[in-house]
Design a protein around this ligand. Sequence first.
Ligand code: BES
Ligand code: ZN
Length: 614
Amino acid sequence: MKRLRFLLAGIWLTVAVTVLVAKPVDDPASLANIKDVRITHLDLHLDVDFEKKVLRGHVTLSLNNLTGTDTLILDSRGLKIQKVTTGESGQPVQYSLGEYVLHLGRPLQILITPETEMVTVYYETSDDAGALQWCSPEQTAGGSAPFLYSQSQFIEARSWIPLQDSPGVRMTYSATITVPKGYLALMAAENRQTIDSSGIYHFEMPQPIPSYLMALAVGKLEYRVLGERAGVYAEPALVEKAAREFSGTGKMVKVAEDLYGPYQWEQFDILTLPPSFPFGGMENPRLTFATPTIITGDRSLVSVIAHELAHAWSGNLVTNATWNDFWLNEGFTTYFERRITEATKGRAYASMLTKLDYDGLQAAVQRIGPENSATALKREYGARDPADFYNWIPYVKGMFFLRMLEEEFGRRRFDAFLEDYFKTHRFQSVTTEGFLEYLREHLLNNNSALERELYIREWIYEPGIPANCPVVSSPELERVANNAKQYLEETDASVIDTSGWTARHWDYFFSRLPDTLSMEQMAVLDEAFGLTESANARIQREWYQLAIHSGYGKAYTAIREYLLTVGRISLIRPVYRALASTKVGAARAQLIYESAKSGYHPMTREAIERVLGP
Ligand code: BES
Ligand code: ZN
């Protein structure tokens, strides 16, 4: 069975690589010469040194020289290069590291010939590699062993592997990772489920993937099966809780397949990371990385898993060609995620999430500016780090764009269109313009009047929210809004009926309150629901902002603790922002940040420093 799968993967691979190579696209976020030469396979050999906090070893790249160029230019940032060789024989060749280019790193230029098929780079990472977080034992659930993980998206893969760091280039990979004895090494590849006493782990990734999906984690981990093709890794202290929270994952995979065709990555596992992980989830193929803050006991945040699963189609299978086309990854995924949620949790629940997103979109557009090009789907980042521009627009505006099409053409037709789109472009990358062409041909019937009527150009290229954005309502949330209103009128917590409330209901409840409450209003809420002591990070995020704006001092110790523990950017940045909005608060934020900083992933640090200033 395994061999057959491998064979099949090999066939896809040939098809995919041939198609891809035919259409190289310029990527302003990469210094690599991807139009001249392409990496097709990568063989990685790394030793993990927890003491020095470096990865050390070499990588062998298989090349397809398209233009007969004599130079291979790779992306790199902070890497210490020791030697470069070519071919099987390991003949040393000339190379040079170019000047540092702001945001992008240093080009590694290697002398090759049109016949060169293989290049090996010997290197080590620096201790401030942008992708890597070396967690101390105190940052883990067990508290006794360190933990390493990577986060390569957007352009951090180059900080731990010299490669062509562009989403338009796909490669298969194999890897050998050596770790101290007693640790489990995992990659976004075929994984072992138990610790190997040798400390040496081999990985194969037979499906071609873009560099931003390269991922590695090392820790003291256990595995639990969640279904035929699904499972979860977590530290022993957390693994049972994680398995309970994510028990619906196997079913989700089936639901997703029923919507848009076969799951192409064989296995769907989840890795639960330490709370410093900067994102909710990351769609590393075969092994989604997830924040432990979604383990709430009530499965109210498993939509993050649905989201990362949806990326197995939109993103990992069909990939945005450059980061300017990021909405093709996230907008499609958010749409797909909601469809999975609708199928697993029902329409009312899905509408509730969509209503929250609708309000979130309005708020984001207001905050960024309805005329600001940062609210357009297609972006032009130029030679910048896309992380500097990261916001929710591509997610939610992208989702509503697809929802608008669904409403216009009917679910049956639209689903068939999407399934074909994924199938036609599988293991390829797509530009916004490529998608538009496909849309015209396969859904709009090349009818330009209809295209104008649907505001297709406005949706994709213009800022703001087009007039035909679907409107959503949620009776469930209307009840929450009424509760909030009544509470504000009567300052009586017993008018709030929280039975059956999830973190989402609380989100909406808080959104219906003014920016500040009186001390009495705060105290009444806190006493009734224990909000300051909540263990649900989403409730904490909302409550702490309210506490800061209202000057509710009782929450400050908890706020500090929260900011010292959680590293998920979207959970802590709003709290830092709230603090930074007053002079006293800003000083307090700076103090907390100084203590918290060493426990944050480099991406979190960057995001918070942007809020707090230098
Ligand atoms: N791929 C993203 C996370 C990401 C985006 C990492 C950009 C680095 C740069 C992931 O799929 C994602 O969108 N995560 C969301 C989940 C949410 C929308 C359900 C998150 O982390 O908040
Ligand atoms: Zn996503």
